[in-house]
Ligand binder design. Structure first.
Ligand SMILES: [Zn+2]
Length: 355
């Protein structure tokens, strides 16, 4: 199959769910190839096989999109760590790895390779100079993505509305399908004072092909906004929550308390980002989110920070898909104590409530 025979993103969305694995930052960190907090995706240069493996694991679990891991791989971040000269090599390596995975699917169909830009963290609503700088950063990254044959472009995790609009403008210059997802903080409004819903409406007006939310919020605090967005927009909508149990008091993972009482003696001011584990959603909660979102008409689904291949499989299966990893979904029938297999001895089964 050649590249131009790939079904387009919109064709796929028009006929059913499209799954996109995000959350590379957290998962690569957990796998031991990135420093938490600093969060620079040097993995594409330093341990390319680790990144390739994660993409393949997500693909096996049902991700239809292979998103190049260039999150935080922008000029400003590279300046922070004093490695600006590695900016282009890092981007190209990440894009090439994603491309390699996308064109050799384990499922029936070739995956879409996505170029990726995201929150720059220098956007300042009162400083035009910072805005031009961000636009330049977006444009160079999008240029490399187009150069490396991206099928679609994803702009994500924006918490300034105007920064999201700028990302969309730059992405649209290429003519490629665009996905833009926003990630408002705990005040439930964009940092430049525009409401979540109005930001999404404006993104649609400005030509976003897929508009929605990703990151920062778990299923509980993302779903109410997705419902509003789905009702108000005509275009396809995206929902990619983090996998933590955020609450109305703490709508994002940045200030999420560990109410079970963390017993460690290591001083950490916040549970974010290294001690969130006890607030992790289980697979059924993630599946429930996907099922509900899909029933509302939200067809672009995935998981952001906290994503594991298992949770991507759960997302895919929750919306009726069978994926390569479905072969290995849980089978408690044959568990040595909880199973119902007739070979399991009665004295073992009977002990289950005391185990
Ligand atoms: Zn995330």
């Amino acid at each position: 199959m050649t590249k131009n025979k790939k079904r387009s993103l919109i064709d796929r969305l028009n006929t059913g769910p499209v799954i996109c694995a995000e959350g590379f930052l957290f998962e690569i960190e957990k796998r031991g190839y990135m420093s938490s907090g600093e969060f620079v995706p040097m993995v594409s240069l330093e341990n390319p096989e680790a990144l390739l493996n994660l993409h393949r694991d997500f693909q096996h679990a049902g991700s239809d999109i292979v998103q190049a891991f260039t999150y935080n791989g922008h000029r400003e971040k590279m300046r922070v760590i004093g490695k600006e000269e590695l900016l282009e090599p890092l981007n190209r390596a990440a894009l090439q790895i994603a491309k390699d995975v996308a064109i050799s699917p384990v499922g029936k169909e070739q995956n879409l390779m996505a170029g990726n830009i995201s929150n720059s963290n220098i956007w300042n609503q009162n400083d035009k100079k910072s805005q031009l700088e961000v636009e330049k950063m977006f444009r160079e990254m999008i240029g490399w993505a187009v150069d490396e044959d991206a099928d679609i472009l994803i702009g994500e995790t924006f918490y300034y509305a105007e920064e999201a609009y700028t990302a969309l403008k730059v992405m649209k210059e290429t003519g490629l399908p665009s996905v833009v997802t926003i990630a408002p903080y705990g005040e439930n409004i964009m940092r430049d004072g525009i409401s979540i819903l109005d930001t999404c409406k404006e993104l649609e007006q400005r030509g976003g092909d897929v508009v929605g939310m990703n990151c920062h919020r778990g299923p509980n605090t993302m779903m109410p906004y997705l419902k509003e967005i789905r009702k108000a927009l005509k275009c396809h909508v995206a929902g990619l929550p983090i996998t933590y149990r955020t609450t109305n008091d703490h709508p994002t993972f940045f200030n999420l308390p560990d109410n079970n009482g963390c017993s460690c003696n290591t001083p950490h001011e916040t549970t974010f980002p290294t001690a969130l584990d006890p607030m992790q959603c289980n697979r059924y909660e993630i599946g429930q989110f996907a099922k509900e979102a899909y029933s509302l008409g939200i067809n672009y689904l995935g998981v952001c920070c906290g994503a594991t291949p298992m949770l991507i499989r759960e997302t895919a299966e929750a919306v009726g898909l069978k994926v390569p990893a479905s072969k290995y979904r849980e089978n408690m029938e044959n568990h040595y104590m909880f199973g119902k297999n007739k070979r399991i001895p009665k004295h073992i089964k009977d002990y289950r409530n005391k185990a």
